[in-house]
Design a protein around this ligand. Structure first.
Ligand code: NDP
Length: 341
């Protein structure tokens, strides 16, 4: 039995591939080019249980057909992680919304065509952005949970790249639930979504540590290098560690309690001060180069709208890594690669 992982060069997906291989699954990973596939396979020591297939652009119609035709008798589980994750889009529809939405529809259409009776589980990597109300984030009395949906519309999500990304996740997730509902009589698979908050943690391979990291880990990378006078006031969010996100993707198809669930992943909230405190405490040698601690953190006193993910915690049974652990591990890897640790 094989697991198909889309976008397997990604920050999260590399951990998912590692964890699947550790649990003796065969993994078929889609990558955007043959050279990216070759590099990744080398990093995984050419493990014979891991093959890659090129899907250059998930937004193209029938993008996944060839992969499903080739492996139609093997694929039992599909983990769809591929989606654009960045805030530097200029054409929000073309660069963020359409690839996310069409990519999700495309992989599900291929399952319907080639794996309607063989694919048993599908996990879609969505986001807390599909649950969160961005207009209420400063309201500390507002509570949202796994049943909540972002109120962003096609129009309101296109005012800035952050909201366009949030919209891309909401609409792509909606496509997945609607597709299942509309085709429930012909599809065998059961589905869950994994909805992580901002993901920190080290890259799986030190070789992936470059001057600019993937969008979420880059938050730590840029703070680490931002100097003592950086304005931290806009840095805040919920967070979760990449290793927990990977675990959740595996449990999402392994545990029957996850069927039909939206699994909201957050370990807690943080702001720039929390990160500054951790960096200064854990890397005293770098004093003077790190952002200064000038105020209160958010990690312990949760001053923003609260995400109640108690249902998910109960279903998954994961003890999420703390902010200190995830920030330290992210920063330590960067400093090690830079020869500063
Ligand atoms: P990465 O940017 O590291 O990985 C994204 C993956 O998707 C890469 O493999 C990328 O390929 C691939 N991809 C993007 N666009 C296309 C496209 N048009 N065609 C084919 N492949 C494409 O991101 P993450 O690992 O951080 O994110 C993975 C998933 O998790 C995404 O769905 C994201 O929305 C979700 N998520 C991430 C969070 C975070 O904080 N990081 C939080 C919540 C959800 P390539 O690298 O070759 O371009």
């Amino acid at each position: 039995m094989s697991v198909l992982v889309t976008g397997c060069t990604g920050f999260i997906a590399q951990y998912i591939v590692r964890d699947l291989l550790d649990q003796n699954y065969r993994v078929i990973g889609t990558v955007r080019s043959a050279s990216k596939g070759k590099n990744l396979k080398t990093l995984f020591n050419n493990n014979p249980f891991f093959v890659t297939e090129v899907v250059e652009d998930i937004a193209v119609p029938n993008a996944f057909d060839r992969v499903f035709q080739k492996y139609r008798d093997e694929i039992r589980v599909v983990l769809h992680t591929a989606s654009p994750v960045h805030f530097n889009a200029e054409d929000y529809e073309k660069e963020l919304l359409i690839p996310a939405i069409h990519g999700t529809r495309s992989v599900l259409e291929s399952i319907k065509k080639f794996g309607a009776q063989t694919v048993e589980r599908v996990v879609i990597t969505s986001s807390i952005a599909a649950m969160k109300d961005p207009f209420k984030y400063d309201d500390e009395n507002f509570v949202y949970n796994e049943d909540s949906w972002s109120p962003l519309t096609w129009e309101t999500c296109q005012l800035n790249p952050q909201d366009a990304y949030r919209g891309s996740k909401k609409f792509a997730e909606q496509v997945a639930w609607d597709f299942l509902k509309e085709n429930k009589d012909v599809l065998k698979y059961k589905m869950a979504t994994v909805n992580p908050s901002m993901i920190f943690g080290p890259q799986l391979f030190d070789q992936s540590v470059t001057s600019v990291l993937n969008t979420s880990a880059e938050v730590i990378n840029s703070l680490l290098h931002s100097g003592p006078d950086n304005d931290l006031s806009k840095v805040r969010n919920d967070f979760v560690d990449v290793r927990d996100v990977s675990k959740a993707h595996l449990l999402a198809f392994q545990k029957s309690e996850c069927i039909g669930q939206r699994l909201g992943l957050s370990s807690g909230q943080f702001n720039g001060q929390d990160i500054a405190q951790i960096l200064n405490k854990r890397f005293p040698k770098l004093e003077g180069t790190l952002p200064k601690v000038t105020g209160e953190g958010a990690y312990k006193n949760n001053p923003y709208a609260k995400f109640d993910n108690s249902k998910t915690k109960k279903i998954l049974g994961i003890e999420f890594k703390t902010l200190e652990e995830t920030v330290y591990d992210t920063a330590a890897q960067i400093l090690k690669v830079e020869g500063k640790l």
